[in-house]
Write a protein that binds this ligand. Structure first.
Ligand SMILES: CC(C)(COP(=O)(O)OP(=O)(O)OC[C@H]1O[C@@H](n2cnc3c(N)ncnc32)[C@H](O)[C@@H]1OP(=O)(O)O)[C@@H](O)C(=O)NCCC(=O)NCCS
Length: 127
């Protein structure tokens, strides 16, 4: 039987989002807008931290966000997120982004990001 006092595995927080990149996600150069990728990264990080904390969480810091390669319109983007460190109320989440060209299946690791989330109660205080 599962013991509710047992430490939770970080791996249990792991989630994957997938989204097709459409023309409305383009920047002026015709690639995917970096801000759109940041939004997806934050959403995935929030979901992983919520899953780990079993609480609402808010983003408190984006420690690092690297764009290794551009993402093209028509690519299928996978966003993988996992809690990598848990403090008292805060959690560090590692987010990794991969773009797949659907016809060839070729995948490129395009982004790595580290964000910090804090679990909050109904009043918005750290919980
Ligand atoms: C997140 C928030 C509730 C924290 O409140 P706070 O009064 O700073 O809380 P505390 O000082 O008690 O810190 C709580 C935890 O966050 C961590 N923390 C606070 N600021 C941090 C920062 N800039 N970077 C990393 N961790 C931070 C603390 O180390 C602490 O971690 P621990 O409990 O694991 O030891 C508050 O800052 C807030 O509401 N921020 C706005 C969040 C938001 O609107 N995000 C965007 C939309 S989701």
């Amino acid at each position: 039987m599962e013991n509710s006092h047992e430490a939770k595995s970080m791996r249990a927080s792991r989630i994957q989002l997938a989204q097709m990149m459409m023309p409305e996600h383009a920047n002026l150069h015709g690639n995917v807008h970096g801000g759109w990728i940041m939004k997806l990264v934050d959403e995935a990080g929030a979901l992983a931290s919520t899953r780990h904390a079993a609480h609402r969480t808010v983003t408190v810091a984006i420690d690092r966000m690297v764009f290794h390669h551009p993402i093209h319109i028509g690519d299928l983007v996978f966003i993988n997120a996992e809690v990598t460190f848990a403090g008292h109320t805060s959690m560090e989440v590692e987010v990794s982004v991969t773009a797949e060209e659907p016809i060839t299946g070729k995948q490129v690791h395009t982004n790595t990001a580290y964000l910090v989330y804090v679990a909050i109660d109904d009043l918005g205080n750290p919980a």
